[in-house]
Design a protein around this ligand. Structure first.
Ligand SMILES: NC(=O)c1ccc[n+]([C@@H]2O[C@H](COP(=O)([O-])OP(=O)(O)OC[C@H]3O[C@@H](n4cnc5c(N)ncnc54)[C@H](OP(=O)(O)O)[C@@H]3O)[C@@H](O)[C@H]2O)c1
Length: 272
């Protein structure tokens, strides 16, 4: 076995600590830096980011890019950036790295800290095709040369997660307004979500071909349904932000001439 690279981790929050522990577990020599000094077993703690830049690879996992950017210097050899951000922020950091002779990998962690080091943790990465130390954290998935692509995938998938969680919480509140307990309702929601997931390939294909003819369910019916959902939430004394927003978006697509088309046609309104 070859000698393992030395690795520094900048940021020892919930995620950064899990990353550093996983690296230690994989036998790397790990240096750590955190704004608030923090000790982590079997790592070397340093007082400044500059001391951490002596390692072969620097992994950053800070709260935001705004916090991270001022810390970076051209002393870094390879930067594996696991701080979450937008595609534009990732591209700007990639450009900064190029201008400063720093090899750059942009990664996003599709997992919670407790999953780090297991195969459930998917790490999407873009920019350099060399995944360096990412496999210590989970399964690296290369998504393309453009450094912004990992962040793009991250936010797209998180968008599904937030929309789903928002819809679930609204539903729990709605049934809960009549005393139905979450433990009774949640299994129904899970089986419904599984079923809905099977509809995505066809919907995706419709968005690609832009052919929205349907004999399943027309947008008109769904707009009417969303109006009922919004009204029902109001009647039960609940917030209507989520159903109202969906209703308004779907209704705009309906007004745009998609009333007899499938739900997939709403993408035309989103893309505007
Ligand atoms: N937690 C998750 O489930 C998860 C999942 C996927 C991706 N991520 C991403 O991982 C990154 C870190 O998340 P986290 O959950 O570890 O957050 P966290 O527990 O809140 O840790 C934030 C880290 O950023 C540091 N920090 C904040 N402000 C700073 C400043 N002004 N200067 C220097 N350091 C500063 C903190 O240092 P101090 O300790 O000194 O405050 C800490 O090390 C985020 O970009 C997040 O989106 C997290």
């Amino acid at each position: 076995m070859g000698i393992k690279k030395t690795v520094s981790v900048l940021g020892l929050g919930r995620m950064g600590s899990a990353l550093a522990k996983a690296l230690v577990g994989q036998g790397y020599e790990v240096t750590v830096w955190n704004r608030t000094p923090k000790e982590l077993p079997n790592t070397r703690s340093v007082a400044t980011p500059q001391e951490a830049f002596k390692s072969d690879v620097v992994v950053t996992c800070l709260s935001t890019y705004d916090v991270q950017q001022p810390l970076l210097t051209n002393e870094i050899k390879t930067l594996v950036n696991l701080t979450s951000g937008t595609p534009e922020q990732a591209r700007a950091t990639a450009q900064w790295a190029k201008d400063n002779g720093v090899e750059y990998v942009d990664g996003v962690i599709m997992a919670v800290p407790q999953q780090i080091g297991t195969e459930q943790a998917k790490i999407f990465f873009s920019g350099s095709e060399n995944h360096h130390v990412l496999q210590a954290f989970g399964e690296p998935v290369y998504v393309g040369e453009d450094a912004g692509l990992a962040a793009l995938h991250d936010l797209a998938l998180l968008g599904i997660m937030w929309a789903t969680f928002g819809g679930y919480l609204q539903a729990v509140a709605l049934v809960g307004s009549e005393g139905i307990a979450p433990e009774r309702f949640t299994p129904m929601a899970m089986s419904w979500l599984n079923e809905m997931g099977t509809l995505l390939p066809e919907m995706g294909e419709e968005t690609r071909t832009r052919q929205y003819e349907t004999d399943v369910s027309a947008l008109d019916i769904n707009v009417a349904g969303l109006r009922m959902l919004t009204e029902a939430n109001r009647e039960q004394g609940l917030d209507t932000t989520i159903p109202q927003a969906l209703h308004d978006l779907f209704e705009r697509a309906q007004r745009g001439g998609h009333g007899t088309h499938s739900i997939a046609s709403v993408i035309e309104e989103i893309r505007k």
